[in-house]
Design a protein around this ligand. Structure first.
Ligand SMILES: [Zn+2]
Length: 199
């Protein structure tokens, strides 16, 4: 079954068909969805003052509703403890939800993975393809990170394949507008990749 699915263009598979497949096969896979940042340290903010934490808390809840895969939402206590907290949930794969921020002008989507992980890279590529397709922002590609890079500590020490998404620049008004307006479609696209990983 996996060989067959690998040959299919995953994005073209309808959610319905995928979810039926998962239902029939009785997927036992578990996905950890990691919310970037926390209430007391909410990350970068949009021009309207929505933080990464606020945006991604909502996004995670929507994704969880849409996917047929078991999803565990992991919140950050501290940066240091986060990989162990994710590992404790014992996921088959994990996705960390962030937004990019730079100079209010940079634009586009990117997904990070740990340099040494082929499975992490494959997951990152599927997410990147799905995100670019749904948001239509510039494709900045997938980026391999070392443990000392920003975001790299999590990517390095989570045992399961893990990818960190930055679908848009939250400090860029035009990017943020796309991210806000297409939030439901973004959740659907991510849920679709999660279900694809589970069959
Ligand atoms: Zn962030």
């Amino acid at each position: 079954m996996n060989m067959l699915l690998d040959d299919l263009k995953f994005i073209e598979m309808t959610s319905q068909k995928l979810q039926r497949l998962i239902f029939e096969k009785g997927s036992k896979k578990r996905c950890a969805l990691i919310i970037g940042h926390k209430e007391s340290s909410p990350g970068a903010v949009s021009p309207s003052d929505e933080s990464e934490f606020a945006y991604n808390s909502g996004l995670a809840a929507e994704i969880k509703k849409l996917t047929k895969t078991e999803v565990v939402i992991v919140h950050r206590r501290t940066y240091k403890e986060l990989p162990a907290d994710v590992n404790q949930a014992n996921p088959d794969f994990a996705i960390s939800l962030h937004c990019n921020a730079f100079n209010k002008k940079a634009s586009g989507s990117e997904v990070l993975f740990y340099n040494g992980s082929a499975k992490g890279k494959a997951l990152a590529q599927k997410l990147q393809t799905a995100i670019v397709k749904v948001l239509g922002l510039p494709d900045r590609g997938v980026k391999g990170k070392a443990s000392e890079d920003r975001g790299g500590y999590l990517l390095r020490y989570v045992k399961a394949p893990v990818a960190l998404i930055e679908p848009f620049f939250i400090d860029n008004p035009a990017d943020y507008m796309v991210g806000a307006e297409k939030k439901a479609e973004l959740a659907e696209a991510i849920a679709h990749v999660i279900d694809l990983e589970s069959v």
